[in-house]
Design a protein around this ligand. Structure first.
Ligand SMILES: [Mg+2]
Length: 182
């Protein structure tokens, strides 16, 4: 436990820019993976299931994330497989805290992301930055109204993945809420 804010990190979108046509040119490496959450939607005998899903990851992202003044936790449907399958390729430790979900992709009565309410509860009053491709203005206003500490909801488009501007924004936000940054 530290007094750093939490960095609640999604995989598909921020780390895996699955809509980027030029990821390889930007230094991303391509991998084939068979995460449980992905396999659960496929016929195990199918060619797609045997081949796995393509995941693009940037080898430098782990070091960049570890350089931020946050305590990182996985906030992804990959759950524990983010530690075993994603971390080794980007240089994150394989034992990061993992947010466990009561139900994956649950429909929200107010149209929030299926993660929003649970993440606020999970953060238990601590400040957090949540980095995800599925954040909408509804999630932002709900968190602003309900989370009792500062929260940054940073949407990263799956065409881009994490970019320099995102690291800058995360750093500035963390500095802005910590006593040392004032
Ligand atoms: Mg995502």
């Amino acid at each position: 436990m530290t007094d750093r804010p939490l960095l609640l990190l999604d995989v598909d979108g921020p780390l895996n820019p699955f809509r980027s046509p030029f990821a390889a040119l930007r230094g991303y490496k391509s991998h084939r993976m068979r995460p449980e959450v992905w396999l659960s939607y496929r016929d195990p005998e199918s060619r797609a299931a045997r081949r796995g899903v393509r995941v693009r990851l940037h080898p430098s992202h782990g070091a960049r994330l570890l350089g931020l003044p946050f305590e990182i936790a996985w906030a992804t449907a990959w759950t524990h497989q983010a530690n075993s399958m994603i971390s080794p390729h980007i240089g994150l430790p394989g034992d990061l805290t993992v947010v466990e979900w009561p139900e994956l992709f649950a429909r929200d009565p107010e149209g929030l992301s299926w993660k929003t309410r649970h993440l606020s509860r999970w953060a238990a009053g601590r400040p957090f930055a949540w980095v995800d491709d599925m954040i909408t203005p509804r999630d932002r206003s709900w968190v602003a109204a309900h989370h009792p500490a500062p929260a940054l909801l940073l949407r990263v488009h799956p065409r881009h993945g994490l970019r320099e501007r995102d690291f800058t924004e995360l750093t500035r936000w963390a500095e802005g809420i910590s006593p040392a940054g004032r």
